[in-house]
Design a protein around this ligand. Structure first.
Ligand SMILES: [Zn+2]
Length: 288
């Protein structure tokens, strides 16, 4: 039995990272209306759907077009090439990604970020030098299009920071450059990311009992730089770990954050939603 956590604040939760187009949902017999209905029941009012290659970029934008506003949930999308998929980068992919983020209609199409981009030396699914150059190129494209980025980093913190420092020195990092999603960095590295203007994204692993690192990062990060996410359908938070994840579980992440920070779940809901809107530059006032 999946445990549910329902909560209704004035603002609603913003799940800033959920791969709603993932085939896993379909395999579990979950249609978009089921996912969005469960999210809405749990008090989630906004979800950003990130991409990891050209195909999923198209899927994210199409999912948002087809389902935005269903069950009262606002949807947003991102486009980009994940480090796992860096080998797929070619001039055609580059051109399509640029078309997505450059177009005058990107905001009407709900494209709020370029990502996931970054480095993953844990899986090494693309050669590291290719990962680094595709990451750098996408930072340049984000700069040209003036759009925030969604960073994915695993076991590559040193190279990640040096590429970002170089980007900053070259003047291609925005004042508010984006988010370090599912942050698994050390406290020191995360704090350097925050100094560069990044937000820190936390999700299911924050609720895992053996995770000592993420709580430390959270306690060391200013509250106005934290956003919550699920990374659905992966990284399901406790107490449903092992089952498929969905945006309806973002309140479990919020509850853990609330207990760590000694705040109410309502405050966490409101503050993280406001942070998400500011980070993705979504112009909605949340004042009730
Ligand atoms: Zn993701």
């Amino acid at each position: 039995m999946r445990e549910a956590k329902h909560y209704r604040g004035a603002t609603g939760f913003f799940d800033t990272h959920a791969h709603l187009y993932d085939a896993k949902f379909d395999k579990e017999g979950m249609a978009p209306s089921d996912i969005l209905n469960a999210a809405s029941e749990a008090g989630v009012t906004r979800i950003l759907i990130p991409a990891d290659n050209l195909d999923t970029s198209r899927l994210a934008v199409e999912y948002r077009r087809a389902h935005n506003g269903e069950c009262g949930v606002e949807l947003y999308a991102s486009v980009g090439v994940h480090p796992h998929e860096a080998s797929s980068w070619c001039s055609e992919v580059e051109q399509e990604i640029m078309n997505f983020v450059d177009s005058f209609s990107r905001r009407e199409r709900g494209i709020m970020a370029l990502g996931e981009i970054g480095l993953d030396y844990y899986y090494d699914l693309s050669p590291r030098d290719v990962q680094r150059s595709v990451f750098r190129r996408q930072l340049e494209i984000a700069h040209e299009a003036d759009i925030p980025v969604i960073i994915h980093e695993r076991d590559a913190t040193g190279d990640m920071l040096s590429i970002l420092r170089q980007a900053s020195a070259d003047g291609i990092l925005r004042a508010s450059p984006g988010v370090c999603h599912c942050c698994s960095m050390s406290r020191e590295a995360a704090s350097e990311m925050v100094k560069m203007g990044f937000y820190i994204g936390v999700d299911g692993p924050l609720t895992f009992k053996n995770n000592k690192k993420t709580p430390e990062v959270v306690l060391n990060t200013p509250i106005d730089r934290l956003v919550i996410e699920t990374d659905s359908p992966y990284l399901t938070p406790e107490p449903n770990r092992g089952m498929i994840n969905g945006p309806e579980y973002v309140p479990f992440v919020a509850a853990r954050l609330a207990s760590l920070l000694g705040m109410s779940e309502e405050e966490i809901c409101r503050i993280t939603a406001e942070n998400g809107l500011r980070m993705y530059e979504i112009g909605t006032s949340l004042t009730p």
